[in-house]
Design a protein around this ligand. Structure first.
Ligand SMILES: [Zn+2]
Length: 258
C-alpha cells in the first residue's frame, strides 16, 4: 500500500540529498565502522539489505521483522506504559541515517515483567509503522536495553500541530547539520513532556515482537507503539526533515504474529 506522506514534507524530503555514508546501525551507535553501505533507496536500499552482508541475512529472510502495519492482526489494547522518565542532557548525533540523541540520564521502562533502560532516541521520516496503511509525518524511537543486552523500543508517532512544541524546539533549534556532526545539549530536556506522556494513564498501545528497522535487522526486539501521537508544528517537522531526509524502512510482512 502506498504511504500517505503529506505532500509538502514529501517535497522537502525529495529536495534533500541522498545520503551515501558509512553504515552505522542507529540502534547500536558503536557499530563497527567497516560495515557495508546501506541506504533507504536504490541498489543498497531496503530490498537489498539482506544481501549486503552475511550477518544481515535476516533483513531478507526473517519472519519477525519491523516495522509493520498496525491495526490488523496486531490489534491495539489498553495498557499503561510503565516508564519513569527523567529530564536529561544529551548529545545529538547525525549518523548519516538519522538524528540520534544519546541520553545521559536514562529513563526506565518495565515491559513484560522485564526492566529496560533507555540508551537513546532517534527519528524517522515518514513514520516506519503505519496504522491501517496510514503513515504519520515522523516517528520517534526510544531505544532501551536490559542488562542481558535485549532491546525494547517505544515508538511514538509525530503528528502535525498548529503550534510549535516548545520541548521539541530545544532539539530542533540545535540539530547537527551533516553526517558525523554532533551537538551537546547541556540543558536537561524533559522526555515525558517531549513525547506528551500521560503518566500512569491507561491508553491504547500496540505491542508485538519485531526487529531493528535498520541493518543488521536483529530480531527479538520488544516493540511498544503508542496509538496517540506527540505533536510538532509544520515548521519544526520541515526543519527535522530537511536534515533527516527520507529514513523509513517499508512495512514488513506480519506472518503469524498477533
Ligand atoms: Zn528507529
Amino acid at each position: 500500500m502506498r504511504r500517505c506522506v503529506p505532500l509538502l514534507l514529501a517535497l522537502v524530503s525529495f529536495a534533500s540529498s541522498p545520503r551515501q555514508v558509512r553504515a552505522q546501525s542507529h540502534a547500536q551507535p558503536q557499530a563497527q565502522s567497516h560495515a557495508p553501505h546501506w541506504t533507504y533507496e536504490g541498489a543498497e536500499g531496503p530490498r537489498a539489505w539482506g544481501r549486503l552482508d552475511a550477518t544481515w541475512k535476516v533483513c531478507g529472510t526473517g519472519h519477525e521483522q519491523s516495522p509493520i502495519d498496525l491495526g490488523g492482526s496486531v490489534a491495539p489494547h489498553k495498557a499503561r506504559i510503565d516508564e519513569r522518565f527523567s529530564a536529561t542532557p544529551f548529545v545529538l548525533f547525525h549518523n548519516g541515517h538519522t538524528i540520534q540523541a544519546a541520553i545521559e540520564r536514562p529513563s526506565e521502562l518495565t515491559v513484560e515483567g522485564g526492566h529496560f533502560s533507555a540508551a537513546q532516541f532517534h527519528f524517522h521520516h515518514p513514520s516506519e509503522h503505519t496504522v491501517g496503511g496510514k503513515a504519520y509525518p515522523a516517528e520517534l524511537h526510544l531505544v532501551h536495553k536490559n542488562d542481558r543486552g535485549e532491546l525494547a523500543v517505544l515508538g511514538i508517532f509525530i503528528e502535525f500541530a498548529s503550534q510549535d512544541n516548545p520541548v521539541f524546539e530545544a532539539l530542533i533549534s540545535r540539530l547537527p547539520e551533516a553526517a558525523g556532526d554532533s551537538v551537546h545539549l547541556t540543558t536537561p530536556v524533559d522526555l515525558a513532556a517531549l513525547i506528551e506522556d500521560h503518566a500512569g494513564e491507561s491508553e491504547e498501545i500496540f505491542s508485538y515482537h519485531g526487529s531493528l528497522t535498520t541493518p543488521p535487522c536483529s530480531e527479538g526486539v520488544k516493540w511498544t507503539v503508542r496509538s496517540r501521537p506527540m505533536h510538532a508544528s509544520f515548521r519544526q517537522l520541515q526543519r527535522l526533515v530537511a536534515v533527516l531526509g527520507e529514513s523509513a524502512r517499508p512495512v514488513q510482512p506480519v506472518f503469524d504474529r498477533r
